[in-house]
Design a protein around this ligand. Structure first.
Ligand code: GUN
Ligand code: FE
Length: 417
């Protein structure tokens, strides 16, 4: 793997409250890993190729912890319906089309190309229930150079006919078939078990998925506590559980390899459960604003030491651009603070940490430029016509930066062309 050095204005966050800025510094990639950030280039790296990006930002890649690839064509549509109606009338019909591999192909090609052109270097993706289309999406993502987890959905209850799998047994068998087909096939594209959300799954399906997760050591993703209606429905459907998160706990679906999207209305005991199990939260503020789900108390979760990153959640979210999701996280935290007073607003540094090291943590040592981290880097050109300080330019990067400003992108030490 190539060794090289990038020279530019380097920014990264080793901790949520710690922004490291290195003006006109050197970022060294050695064997696909970050060897460090230096104000002067050490002699031992003098022979490495040097890419001069002075005047541009060099920042860690962003991780999108939650998004739905088949919903790509629905972005910006039907945002005023509320979650459960939005699912029934817009989302499930769109996903039903993926039984036809020919219909899924152009969508997954367009989705992959679009994701590749954003700040995202790693992603945790929902597909649909269909095995052939999901495998095809995995092939496209593998070719793209992005590093991802991709989930074939499991759903055997309370959803419209063509998407609903015929029984828990049939759904579990499809998962095993899919996992077998993935084996040895991809380097950077991993399967992840994906019960859509508790209301779309019977208890035997959830338990069966927990059993597969443990036996085959496969990670898990789902949705948790997104809207009041959904939570009330879960209480009706699973009266034996003490709450929504407990439904997943009982099935063995919480843990350090598990991502739960949203987590807006968690009870205190659920916060403790997520912390104790090491479950990761995907905060999806653009989606939560668009479909009016609410505002998650993210600063409280950060202060409680929970593991958190950001998700674009297309097409509840209207954009794949995590730079915009990051801004939304700051804005809605400020609104909740102003209107409810029960949380503090997120700082730009914290939001940047969520997009980089917070989400990257799900993939291991990812999302920072500390030595030994995988070399995921973005070169971003936001210009500096008025000669502002690096700190001011960092704020501009957070509040104004977008995928349009991306100059180049590296994932695991490899430049995506
Ligand atoms: N809950 C269950 N399915 C979905 C989905 O597709 N999007 C969102 N935002 N929430 C869900
Ligand atoms: Fe979602």
């Amino acid at each position: 793997m190539a060794d090289f050095v990038i020279r530019g204005d380097i920014a990264y966050t080793p901790a949520p409250d710690r922004l490291e800025l290195c003006p006109d510094g050197y970022l060294v990639c050695e064997n696909g890993l970050c060897a460090g950030v230096f104000r002067e280039l050490p002699e031992r790296y003098a022979g490495f190729p040097l890419y001069d990006r002075r005047g541009m930002f060099v920042i860690p890649g962003y991780t999108d912890l939650h998004l739905h690839a088949p919903q790509f064509p629905n972005m910006g549509i039907g945002m005023d319906r509320g979650l459960l109606q939005w699912l029934e009338t817009l989302t499930y019909p769109a996903e039903s089309l993926f039984s036809d591999i020919e219909k899924s192909e152009p969508v997954y090609q367009a989705f992959t190309a679009a994701l590749r052109s954003t700040f995202t270097t790693r992603a945790v993706v929902f597909a649909t229930t269909h095995v052939p289309a999901t495998l095809r999406l995995m092939e496209l993502l593998e070719e793209s150079g992005l590093h991802t987890y991709v989930g074939k959905l499991s759903m055997d209850a309370n959803c419209s006919e063509p998407l609903r799998e015929t029984s828990a047994e049939a759904a579990l068998e499809a998962v095993e078939t899919w996992l077998d087909a993935c084996e040895g096939r991809f380097r950077h594209t991993h399967p992840i078990l994906t019960p859509r959300f508790a209301p779309a799954c019977t208890a035997p399906l959830l338990e069966g998925l927990g059993e597969i997760a443990a036996r085959r050591n496969v990670p898990v993703q789902s949705h948790l506590s997104e809207t009041h209606d959904e939570i009330a429905w879960v209480r009706e459907l699973f009266p034996e559980a003490s709450g929504y998160a407990d439904v997943y706990r009982r099935a063995g679906l919480l843990g350090p390899q598990c991502v739960m999207a949203h987590c807006i209305y968690l009870e205190e005991d659920e916060v403790s459960l997520l912390r104790e199990t090491g479950t990761v939260i995907a905060h999806c503020p653009t989606s939560n604003t668009n479909i009016r789900s609410g505002i998650a108390p993210i600063s409280r979760f950060l202060d409680a030491g929970l593991r958190i990153g950001l998700g674009s959640d297309i097409s509840g979210g209207h954009t794949l651009d995590l730079a915009e999701v990051m801004r939304e996280a700051i804005r809605v935290s400020g609104l909740r603070w102003r209107l409810c007073g029960d949380v503090r607003p997120l700082t730009p540094t914290e939001a940047f940490w969520l997009a980089t090291k917070g989400g990257g943590n799900y993939f291991g040592k990812v999302g920072s430029f500390e030595p030994g981290y995988e070399f995921d880097a973005l070169v971003v050109d936001i210009g500096n016509a008025d000669g502002r300080s690096l700190r001011d330019r960092f704020d501009r990067l957070i509040y104004l930066g977008s995928a349009d400003d991306l100059y180049e992108k590296y994932v695991g030490g490899v430049k995506l062309s």
